[in-house]
Structure formats: C-alpha cells, structure tokens
Design a protein around this ligand. Structure first.
Ligand code: FB9
Length: 548
C-alpha cells in the first residue's frame, strides 16, 4: 500500500486502509489474522451487516451512524436500506433529515495541518522573522493577522532591515485545530455556539442536512435473507422448486420504462381533439389532400371576384409549374362566369369581364373553404338534396408578412352545415355548441365581411387568463351566388365557420411565438414533454400579453 497508509480492521472486522499520521500511531500493529483473512476474501454484503447490527441493536439504528461505524459511504448503507425495503416487511425505515456539522475542505486541511495562525507562530524562530518573508508563507497572510489578534506575536517596525515579527508567547494552544478535530471526530456538540459560528464564519465548518434513515426491525425481520426469486423459470416449474423458493413480491405500482416511441406534435394532438369534437357533433371530414388548388375552386367558385386583392401575389402563392388547372367542370364554370360577370339568382353579380385563364391559375390554397366548395358542388350533383355536416382541418398557405403569430402557412379548421332554411341563428347555435366543447362558453359575434358569406360574423370569446375578448374565428352564411351555380336547391342554405389550429394550440401549451411551435427552431423536448392537454380543460398558464 502507498507509504503512510496501512490496512486496519474496523470494529465490524472489515479491512480498511487508513492514512498513518504521526499523531495516531496508537493503533496496535498486530492484526488478528483469522479475521484478517475472512475480511479480505469475502466482504460481507452491507445488507447482511445492517441486519446483524439491527439484530444487535435495541430499537433501531441510524444509517449515517452505521456508515460511520462501518467506515463506508452513507450511500452504500442507503442502498442496502432500499433493497431491504423492496423485500417487504424485513425492516422499517423512516427517512429523517438530521442537521450536522461538517468540516469544509479548508477545515479538513487545518484539522490535519493546524491553523494558519499556528503555522505562522511555529515558523517564527526565536530571533524573529522578517515580516516580508513571513507573508510569503502559504498561511502567511491569514495566519499573521489571527496570530496578532491572539497576541501570540508582535511586529517590530523599527527593525534594521524592515519590520520583523517575533513570538510573544513561548507556546500556544491551536484551539482552532483542536475544535475542528473534535468536529471531525463527530463531537461537534462539544463546541459552544459561539465557537461554532466563529469557525463557520471562517468557512472552516458548515452545517449540512443529512437525509438519513432510522432503521428498525420490520414484522418479517430476519438476519438471513434468502435471495428472492424475481423470475419464475421453466426449471422451477418442471422441478417444482418454485414451491419453496421465496419470490420477490410483484410491484404492480412499478413504473414501466417508457418505451422510446414517436411523439405526436402538439398541433396533431390538438387536431385530433378538434376531430373528436366534429365527429361527436355528427360531422364528416372533407377530403383536403390537395395543397395545390385552382383559382377557380379557391376563389371563383366562392364568388370572390378576380380583381379581389386576396387574388394577387401579395397574398397568394401562385404556381409557375403546373401553372394552370386543366380539368374544370365547364358547365358549372359557365354558370360561375355568368354569375360573376352578369349576376343571376337574384344577384346583380360583379359586372366585370370574368376570365377563364385567371380561374385556371394554380396556387397554394389560401383556405380549406376551397375544399368546402368542391364538397358542396359534389353534394349538389346528388339529387335529391340531403342535409350534410362537413369539416376539414388542413394546411393553407398565405403570402403574409411573417410575425410572432403568423407563418406563411397554418392549419385551417372549417365546419360547414348545409340544410333547408338554415339562418344566422342556426350558425350562432352551432358555434355555441362547437366552442362549448372547446371549453369556450362566453361568445360574442361581431358583424364581418367575407366575399363568399353574407351575413358574416367574427367570433370572439372572453379569455379568463388574458382578461380580454379574443377573436376565435370567422363565420357566415354562404352566398346564393356561390351555392346556386353549383346546382343546390333554392331553399338550401349553408352556414360555415373557420379558425386556425395554431392559435388554440399556442394558447393551450402557453407558447408565445409560433416559431416555438413549428419550424426548425422547435425544441423537440417540448414535443416529447407536451402533455395531452384537453381543450376543454383549464388552459395552461396564459402566454404573456403580446402573444395574441
Ligand atoms: O383561430 C383564430 N383564433 C383563435 C381560435 C381558437 C382559440 O382557442 C383558444 C383556446 C381558446 C384562440 C384563438 N383566429 C382565426 C382568429 C385570429 O387569430 C386571427 O387573427 C387569425 N386567423 C387566421 C387567419 O389569419 C389570416 C385565425 C385564422 C382564420 C381566420 C378565418 C378563418 C379561418 C382561420 C375562416 C373562415 C370562414 C369564414 C366563413 C366561412 C368559412 C370559413
């Protein structure tokens, strides 16, 4: 073993190495070989040592004291306590937190080497020492002022070659070292509060809270614990040995290891919630599997005039290739052309020269209302008319200025109800039912304008967290100029509404900037950790003001 260290037997016959220092050569060199041999070969598992000590103890034992006794890390004893606890009623273990004094690293060093002031004192020969020289000593600075204040030394400023330090007393007691050694020996209580706080102020001592276990015998206590089986193997069954083997009780509360699995993005979690709400309300999902749409279905079919500002590149992504839609139902297109240019069905139309080429222009759809137009046109071809309830949730693209809540694409949620004699009242009713399922009850309707609905309403809800009315969607009754050219019966009216998926998701997950929700900046941990939050449950802590 390295010089200065030597093997020794612990009170528990455990072999351990201790550093041999000049002041503790009290240890008898003679080692009881028999115990020496046993300790070396098969170290006794801590569990067994603990059970033996418990057997010997009256009432119980403290895990930290046992560790100190066994000269091992407290953690090792805690490990033993935990594995015994897992065995059931072998032991009782009550977690306690005990405050105790511990030496800091510097405290340890002084306990070993003596206090700085003592070292300064010892380094001054009878003929004194130049102060400059003394200050160069490792403990010089700290030790000098303490030794001075202890009146152990004095300085002769008038000495020939500069200030010189002399001893005042012949010997001194290194109280600091003695006190620190007391603490190191586990006798901190021997020090008075004042002494303790002085050492603490000198950062030589610190009060630590130790979580320890008070261990006592359990109802099934025994010193010999046979290893409990954790598996029922075919041999045990075939040999029947399972009958007399102790089995580790099943811990049905044990948490399984979370399998590494895919994670649904919060947007998809909220999408499935919206889907659920629509399905519960008897709605059918419209096909939206075409990001590329013709201007005809995205605008013209919705009676949105060709010179409408939304139809220019500033708002819409047009396609260079394939630039034009070839397949359009021409008989229906003619009716749309006439309605835009001359009117009809009681409407005066827009009185402009409607161009087929404009209608053929392909674009990235700006709303899923284009899918609603396709679905309503298909519905109109089916005679007799049957009432329907449709919904869609899919991506739409708008060439808008990007900001914290707007990207060039978002998911639009749309609901459409077609039936005889539907009114604005029906729309308000279905909106109330829909938003109630979202946990949004306080609604206000504000007149609005859309080219394809009249009347139209923006929908607002009072947001508790934000203490203000938030726009939660848009809605309206589709214009006859949109429905009748499709071939839908006169007295059929269609109510519809729309909102985004991103807004409710950001509010539910307390996300302020949309770039935290989608895009390359998303921290995947947020996706992994994002709980499945129920839309109608209390929203997560509201995002700060500017998020809306
Ligand atoms: O989603 C929106 N707001 C919203 C929705 C839900 C929500 O839930 C919270 C948990 C409580 C919170 C907020 N909006 C619509 C309102 C605003 O955010 C708006 O500024 C932005 N809108 C988008 C369009 O931006 C240009 C949201 C998007 C939107 C707007 C209108 C429609 C769809 C999406 C529509 C429609 C429509 C109208 C009539 C007929 C058919 C469709």
């Amino acid at each position: 073993v390295e010089p200065g260290w030597r093997w020794e037997l612990s009170p528990m016959h455990l072999l351990r190495l201790r550093r041999h220092t000049q002041d503790d050569d009290t240890l008898s060199p003679v080692l009881r070989l028999d115990t020496f041999k046993m300790a070396v070969h098969t170290p006794v598992p801590v569990v067994e040592l603990l059970l033996r000590r418990l057997e010997a103890s009256d009432g119980g034992l403290d895990s930290a004291e046992l560790a100190a006794e066994l000269g091992m890390e407290h953690q090792a004893v805690v490990g033993a306590v935990k594995s015994l606890q897992a065995l059931g009623e072998v032991i009782e273990a009550e977690l306690r937190s005990t405050k105790r004094w511990e030496l800091t690293a510097e405290g340890e060093e002084i306990a070993r080497e003596g206090s700085h002031e003592a070292r300064v004192f010892r380094s001054i020969p009878p003929e004194g020492l130049a102060q400059s020289e003394l200050m160069r000593l490792p403990s010089g600075k700290v030790g000098f002022s303490k030794a001075m204040s202890n009146k152990w030394i004095r300085v002769d400023k008038s000495a020939a070659d500069g200030p010189r330090v002399f001893r005042v007393v012949d010997s001194m007691e290194d109280e600091v070292q003695r006190r620190l050694q007391l603490v190191r020996g586990g006798q901190a209580e021997k020090l008075g509060e004042k002494e303790r706080s002085e050492l603490r102020k000198r950062k030589l001592l610190a009060e630590v809270t130790l979580k320890t276990y008070w261990v006592s015998k359990g109802s099934a206590f025994s010193t010999s614990i046979s290893k409990q089986e954790t598996e029922l193997s075919p041999e045990m069954i075939s040999s029947g040995s399972w009958r007399d083997r102790p089995f580790k009780p099943y811990n049905f509360l044990a948490h399984g290891v979370l399998p590494d699995s895919g994670h649904l993005h919060p947007l998809l979690k909220v999408r499935s919630q919206f889907r659920q709400i629509f399905l519960e309300m008897g709605f059918t999902e419209m096909p939206t599997d075409n990001f590329i749409e013709s201007s005809f279905w995205n605008f013209d079919a919705l009676f949105q005039p060709q010179q409408h500002p939304a139809r220019d590149q500033h708002d819409t992504f047009f396609l260079r290739d394939p630039a034009e839609a070839l397949q359009l139902p021409m008989d229906y297109v003619q009716r749309v052309k006439r309605t835009h240019s001359q009117g009809g069905y009681g409407s005066q139309g827009y009185k402009y020269n409607w161009k087929l080429d404009e209608a053929r222009k392909n674009l990235l759809r700006t709303h899923t209302t284009s899918a609603s137009a396709r679905a309503l046109y298909r519905l109109a071809q089916k005679k007799p008319f049957t009432p329907v309830k449709y919904f869609s949730i899919d991506r739409v693209f708008r060439n808008e200025t990007l900001d914290a809540t707007h990207l060039a694409e978002f998911h639009q949620i749309e609901g459409v109800v077609a039936d005889h004699g539907l009114t604005l009242g029906h729309l308000m009713g279905v909106l109330r039912e829909f938003f109630t399922k979202l946990g949004i009850t306080q609604l206000r309707f504000k007149p609005a304008y859309n080219p394809y609905t009249e009347p139209s309403m923006e929908v607002f809800s009072y947001h508790q967290g934000l203490k203000k009315w938030v726009e939660v969607g848009n809605s309206g009754v589709f214009r006859p100029e949109m429905l009748l050219p499709m071939g839908l019966p006169e007295n059929v009216s269609v109510i519809a509404w729309g909102l985004s998926l991103e807004r409710p998701t950001m509010i539910k997950y307390g996300i302020n900037n949309i770039r935290e929700l989608v895009g390359h900046k998303v921290n995947l941990q947020m996706v992994y950790d994002s709980p499945l939050c129920r839309l109608d449950a209390e929203p997560r802590p509201p995002p700060t003001q500017e998020a809306v």
